[in-house]
Structure formats: C-alpha cells, structure tokens
Design a protein around this ligand. Sequence first.
Ligand code: ZN
Length: 286
Amino acid sequence: MKKCKLCKGDLSIEYGNCKDINFSISNEKFDWYKCKRCGSFSIDDPNLSVSEYYKDYKPHKIDVSNLPNSLSIFIEKILAVYSEDDKFDIIDVGCGSGVLLYQLKKKFPNARLYGTDVTISPAINNLSDYQDINFFESEIKDLSIEKTFDVVVSSQLLEHLDDPETMVEFLECHTNSKSLIIFDIPNVESVSFKLFGRNWIHLDTPRHRVLYTRTGLNYLFREFKLTNVVYTGSNLSLWSSFCNSISVNLHNNSLFFKVIRKVVIKLLDLFVVPDDKINFTLSRNK
Ligand SMILES: [Zn+2]
C-alpha cells in the first residue's frame, strides 16, 4: 500500500484521472492521493517523467523586474535580520526565471548570490547583466556546493519535488543554527482549494507532486522549527480555478476575456483576502 512521503500515513485516492488542465500539454491521467494522517496530497507514479511538462513553461518567461506581492515577503523577512549594505551569502533553491534573485540583487547589492535549478538557462538569460551570481544546474540531491549559507530562499519549489526529504538533507548540509530559511508553497488549506478541489489552479497536475498541509510540513521538517507563517497569494487563483472548473481556456488572449478577468479580480480584491500561498520560515534551533 502507498504511504505518505511526509508522515508515512496511509493514502487514499482523492482525485482520480486528473489531467494537465492548466497547460494541456498531454491527455495523460494521474491520481492525486490524500494522506489519512496529515491530510497532505501527492501524486505517486514511479513511471512519471515530468520533463515534457516543462517545455515552453510560462512561469520561466516572466518580466523579472516585476515583483509579485507574494515574493516581497522574502525581502521583508531578510530585512528583519540583515541591512541592505550587509555582506552575506544567499542561495535561491529552484530559482526558475530568476525573479527572486533579481530582486535580491537590487536590494542587497553586497550579498553573494547563488541560484540553482534543474533548468538554469531561464535565470542565466534573464540575469545576464549580473555576472557575479553563481549558477548551478542540478537536482538538489546532486548539488556540489561545499558551503553553509546565511540565507536560503526557495519559492514554489517544494511542491515540485518527488522526494521532499532531499530538501531536508540539503538544509542539514548547507545551513547552521543562524541561517535564515524561507520557503513559499501553495496553500492546500486555502479557501480556493476548498472551493475548487480538482480544478484548483495550484494542483497543477503533474508538475506539482506534493501539496503540504501545516501538519505535513511539521512531519517533513521535524528537525526544524516552523515559524513566521504568512498567508499570501492573489485572487487570480480563484479566477483561474473557476475557469478550470467550467472548462474555459485560461490562456484565452481575447480582449473580452482580459477585460472580464480584470474586472472580476478587482471585485474579488475588495472582498476576499487571498490565502492560496503560504510563506514560512524554518530554524534549526528546535
Ligand atoms: Zn501524511
């Protein structure tokens, strides 16, 4: 019987036969399991090769100078410990487009920056003006950096990992009791997930492999202390999940669709505080 990757609890199928509804790259179907103990969700398919699902991956093609609100929390949390002129080492694990590294470079010009991802070319291309950033193209488990970092940031990566324990091992090797460790991930306990379930935009089958409840996070990071939890996100996720649920193409570029989207999101922003992402800090003091 399949077991939860976080707490080893029993699993049961929650959403069967899910397809890639966000990008429609193929018609392949996958089952999402829910853990009976910690409530976290996972896809567990040993034959699944996800690389084809990252071809033409839109999140890698964004304007890195435009910082989403959900990422400004990283800067605020670092500013609570370091000043803008300080010299310190930061690694962005799963740096994707390089959007967070770009913002870190602007805010902390004296910091030594490191970025790693399984596909590093989008970040290198977007940050070609900054030759002093150290890039590594590698899976986390294969990273060959002999170093302890003052700050580890990782945005929207943990949910893509087949084996989340590799992140724990990375932190055990590359941080110390003074390191500041900041993550953000989709919030599977959000209102938008409760409303839209299998059509939730952040299910993102099959690129996302594990979706963590707070209980699941505490099992995974049992040697760490989870603090400073902030719920963030955008009401775009409500709109996008709604479109998925009525089979409307999210990538419709018509003016009519764009206007409707803008009006709906402006209205939602008046009444709904988004909570589709969770930002948390880990410390090794436990
Ligand atoms: Zn579990």
